[in-house]
Design a protein around this ligand. Sequence first.
Ligand code: NAP
Ligand code: SF4
Length: 675
Amino acid sequence: MSDYPNLLAPLDLGFTTLKNRVLMGSMHTGLEETKDWQRVARFYTERAEGGVALIVTGGMAPNKEGGVFPGAAGLFSDEDIANHKIVTDSVHAAGGKIAMQILHAGRYAYGKGCVSASAIKSPISPFAPTELDEEGIEKQISDMVTAATRAREAGYDGVEIMGSEGYFLNQFLVTHVNKRTDRWGGSYENRMRLPVEVVRRCREAVGEDFIIIFRLSMIDLIPNGSTHDEVVQLAQAVEAAGATIFNTGIGWHEARIPTIATSVPRAGFAWVTKKLMGKVDIPVITSNRINTPDVAEDVLSDGCADMVSMARPFLADSQFVAKAASGRGAEIAPCIACNQACLDHTFSGKLTSCLVNPRACSETELLITKATARKSIAIVGAGPAGLSTALTAEERGHNVTLFDGSDRIGGQLNYAKQVPGKEEFHTLIDWYETMVATSSITLKLGKRVTADELTGFDEVIIATGVKPRDPAIPGQDNAKVCSYIDILTGKVEAGDKVAVVGAGGIGFDVSEYLVHQGESTTLNRARWQEEWGIGDPEDQRGGLSPEGAQPEAPARLVTLLQRKNERLGRRLGKTTGWVHRAVLKMKDVEMIGGVNYESIDDSGLHISFGETRENPTLVEADTIVLCAGQLPERTLADALAAAGTPCHIIGGADVASELDAKRAINQGTRLAAAL
Ligand code: NAP
Ligand code: SF4
C-alpha cells in the first residue's frame, strides 16, 4: 500500500473525478502579464505532468477596477480567451485539470478607481476605495459572472471565487469595512448577500458540470472579523448557491499575524478548517504551511479536510505528487516558506521564482539538458551555490567531485537552521543530502583542497562562500566579543546583556536566537498561537485572543545596532521583514540606528551618534556579537589565479554583499546548465 493512502485517493465530484487530494493553490506569478503564453503553459503543464489533481491559476481580474494593480491580467477579450486556451489545452494534454481564480481585490487594489462596500481605505494600500452604489454592485457581480463564463470558454475545468484574505467579497462580510445600511450591509444576512449572489449567478451561468471553488475566510485574524458561526452560515448558503468545493483562506492581508512565513508551524491552521468538517456536504480543502506529503497525509487522516492545497511547494518541486506516489518523498525539493523568490518578488513587481528551484517560472528558459560532452568538474564548497551546481551538473551527465573543508554539507545553511523559526533549513539540508547520496557525485568532506589538487579537471568551480567582515572596533579583542558563528554553533554562551553589532539578516537572526529560550514555538502550535494572540474563532470574533499576544519573557536583554540612520530591518524580506521586526519588538529588543562604534571595553560597547559623534553612550553588555556582514572567501580562487588555473567563482565567493541562498542557488544552477 502507498505511504499516502488518503492523499492519493481520488475524489468524486459527481460530474468529474479528481485523481488525488492535492490542489495546487493560486499564486500570482506574474507569468500571465509577460503575455508569453507558451511559458505560462509550460509552467502549469509541468505541474500537471507531476500529478497534481487540480491547479488553480493566479488571480484573474474580473474588470479593471477589481485588478490587484493597474494592468492586472484577466479574460477581457476573445484574444485573452484564445491565449488562456493554450494553457488549458496543454494542461489537459498532460492529464491535468485547471481552474481559473477570479480575484476582485476591492479596496486592496493598488490603483485609483478601486471600489468596496464602504469608502474605507485599507492599511496596506494608499488608495481609498469608492463606495459602490446598487448599480455598481450589480456591475461587479455581472463582471464576475462574465469572467466565469469566459473561463469555461477558455477550457478551464472550473473557477475559484476568491472570498477570503480580505479581498472584495470578504470586505462586504465584516463591519470593519462594510458600514452600509442598504440590503448589502447591516445584518449578517445582508453582508453575506454579495458572495452568495456571486456564486448563485456564476452557477446559473456556467451550468452544473463545472467546478466552482469558493475560497472561504475561515479565520480573519482582524478586529471585528467574522465569528465561526457566521463562517458556517455563509458556507451553508454558498453551498446551497451552487459551490462544488470550499478552499480555506487564513487571515486578511492586513492581519498582523504571520500565516505562511517559515516560522508558522507546519499545517498550523488545519485545526481551523477542521471546524467546518461535517457542517457542509461538499468537500473542504485546507491550506497554509503544508509542505511535505507526510504533513499532508496527517492532516487528511486527522479529518481536518477532504483535500489539501499547497501553492509554494509546487514552485519548489513540480513533481511533488509523482515523487510521493512513487516512494521518492525524500527527493521532493522542499519549500522552506522563505518567500524570498516568490512573494517578495511578486510584491516588488518581479516575476516569481523559487529560492530552492530557480527553474520555477523559467521552465522554457532555464533548460537542464544532457551535456554533449561529459566533463570532469571539481566544485569547492558544499554550500547552496556549490550544491546546486553539483546537482545540476551531475543531472546533465558530468562527472562531479564536490569538496568541502567541513565534515558536513550545507555551508551557511547550517547556521540558519539553528535560529528558532528557521527549522525548515534542516529540511533543505536533508534534501541536499538525499540528492547527493542518490547521485553519482563524489563527495569529499573534511577536505581542504589546495590549488595543486585542482589540476586535471575540465572545469573548476569555486564556491567557497564568505568570511565575516571585521568591523575593526577599537578594543574588539576584548574577551566579551565573539562572532555570530560562535553564538549559532554554541561555542560561546552569551551573557545576560548582549549587544549585537550589525542589523542585517544575520543580526536579526542572532537576536532572535538570543532572546529565545526552550523549544521553538514553531514546533509547538499551542505556544505559537499564544505568542501571536490567536484565539478560537468559535469564541472570539476574527479568531483574535482577547489577551492579545503573549510572548515568553526574553531570555536576555539584547540591543541591536546599525550605523545607517534608518529603521532597523528595513532591507529584510518584503513580506517577512515585518515578522522579524515584530518578534524582536515582542521580546523587548532595543533597536538603535545611526550609531558610530567608538570602542569596546570591560563595561560594554561605547557608541556615539551622527557625523559629529555626539551623545556618547555606553551599551552595557556581557557579550558583544559581531554581525557586520560578509566578505568573499577567495583564498583558493587567488591561489588558482596565481597558478594560472582558470576557474569559475560563484555564490558568496563571487559577491558577498547581501548574499543570500537565492542568488547562490540561482547562479550555481545557471552556471551548471551552461557547462
Ligand atoms: P548584511 O545583511 O549585509 O548586513 C550587514 C550588517 O552589518 C548591516 O546591518 C550593516 O549595517 C553592518 N555593517 C556593514 N559593514 C559594517 C562595518 N564595517 N562595521 C560595522 N557594521 C557593519 O549581512 P548579514 O547580516 O551578514 O547577512 C548576510 C546575508 O544573509 C543577508 O544579506 C541576507 O541576504 C542573508 N540572510 C537573510 C536572512 C533573511 O531573513 N532573509 C537572514 C539571515 C541572512 P550598517 O552598515 O548600517 O552598520
Ligand atoms: Fe518556498 Fe521560498 Fe521557494 Fe517561495 S522561494 S516557493 S517560500 S522555498
